[in-house]
Ligand binder design. Structure first.
Ligand code: F6P
Length: 348
């Protein structure tokens, strides 16, 4: 078998100027932490009770033991990188590393899909690397309030049957698979291309009764299949780990939707803009796919809070455009009340 390009060599070819070189170093630090996390996850119950609840986030979501451990491992790794500020799903506020002259800030979701820890299903670490802004103090959280178009690099490490880093530095989206033989990440798929059309959608359909009219209409049209206006049958998938859905869509197309809905706390959906929506949108666009709130391109949204949620729809461009054309039609979660009044395929 021909030797595959290593992550180190790929990054060396990209990292020509100072800020970008710093981002390359940071990606390698994240890759190192990912290798450790991968080993831990592969041991599963042999490593102890990783799904034990050890705390709660500000919004009430539970924090599991593995969330805490992965957060600590990544922060430790980033302290050796040229990073001044770290925002994490697991931290209320960004952490200043104290690193003088470090030009970057990094936002992370250390363990996406942690409800799957005990079920041997893929989970992942998501990251977004931004340059520090020049118009504010080094420890100001406002460094993270830049649109996703400003990301220098973004991606995720998926811990599944294989561990892989999916990375974009703004020059295509690539997969580097961790080779357990020498613990190196190797380029196994370059320049992914998400097919423009699909017959596969991913959404948590149990929330149907809470959705806006437009989202219900869109999903109804998929469910009507060949008998409906779309004139083709669809298949559904819902894993409960966005990284795993994203990986599938990058490989074979599809659409993922987590729209805003009428539940308390879900008006802006479930996913976080800075460390979930933006990195995934960057990967999608770099692979020829699309990512939208339903109203606008994700990468153009100006963040205003570290843990800000965002309605998130991404995947095959043709399908995302069709879903987007339904958004905003009829009543929406901001003005719909009572919740359960609409008719649709899931409700008589
Ligand atoms: O918090 C993010 C996340 O766990 C995603 O990985 C996943 O797609 C989604 O939330 C699952 O949400 P729900 O449990 O509402 O289906």
């Amino acid at each position: 078998m021909k030797a595959l390009m290593s992550l180190e060599d790929y990054l060396a070819g990209w990292a020509r100027n100072g800020e970008v070189r710093a981002a390359a170093k940071t990606v390698l630090s994240l890759a190192g932490a990912g290798t450790e996390i991968s080993g831990l996850i592969a041991r599963g119950p042999l490593a102890g009770s990783m799904s034990a609840v050890v705390g709660r986030h500000g919004d009430g979501d539970s924090q599991k033991e593995l969330d805490r451990i992965t957060n600590d491992l990544i922060i430790e790794a980033l302290k050796g990188a040229p990073v001044a500020l770290i925002a994490s799903e697991e931290l209320e506020a960004p952490l200043a590393t104290g690193a003088d002259d470090a030009p970057l800030c990094v936002a992370i979701d250390p363990l996406d899909g942690s409800s799957n820890i005990d079920t041997n299903v893929s989970v992942g670490t998501i990251f977004s690397i931004l340059p520090l802004r020049e118009d504010t103090g080094r420890e100001d959280e406002a460094h993270f309030f830049q649109p996703g178009t400003r990301q220098l690099a973004a991606g995720y490490i998926i811990y599944g049957p294989q561990t892989s880093m999916v990375l974009s530095v703004g020059a295509g989206t690539h997969i580097f698979t961790l080779d357990p033989a020498d613990r190196k990440y190797k380029l196994t798929a370059a320049n992914l291309q998400v097919p423009a059309d699909t017959r596969e959608f991913a959404i948590n359909a149990s929330n149907y009764r809470h959705w806006d009219t437009g989202i219900r209409q869109y999903i109804d049209s998929c469910l009507e299949g060949a008998q409906g206006a779309r004139k083709k049958n669809f298949n559904t998938r819902w894993i409960g780990s966005m990284v795993a859905e994203c990986h599938r869509i990058l490989i074979r197309g599809g659409i993922y939707l987590y729209p805003g809905d009428a539940r308390e706390g879900y008006r802006q959906g479930r996913l976080r803009l800075i460390y979930e929506g933006n990195p995934v949108a960057f990967l999608m666009e770099q692979a020829g796919g699309a990512a939208t709130t339903g109203q606008m391109r994700i990468l153009d949204v100006e963040p205003t809070a570290i843990h800000q949620r965002i309605p998130l729809i991404f995947g095959s461009t043709g399908e995302v455009a069709i879903a987007e054309s339904h958004c905003g039609l009829g009543e929406n979660s901001a003005d719909r009340s009572p919740l359960f009044a609409q008719r649709g395929l899931f409700r008589p």
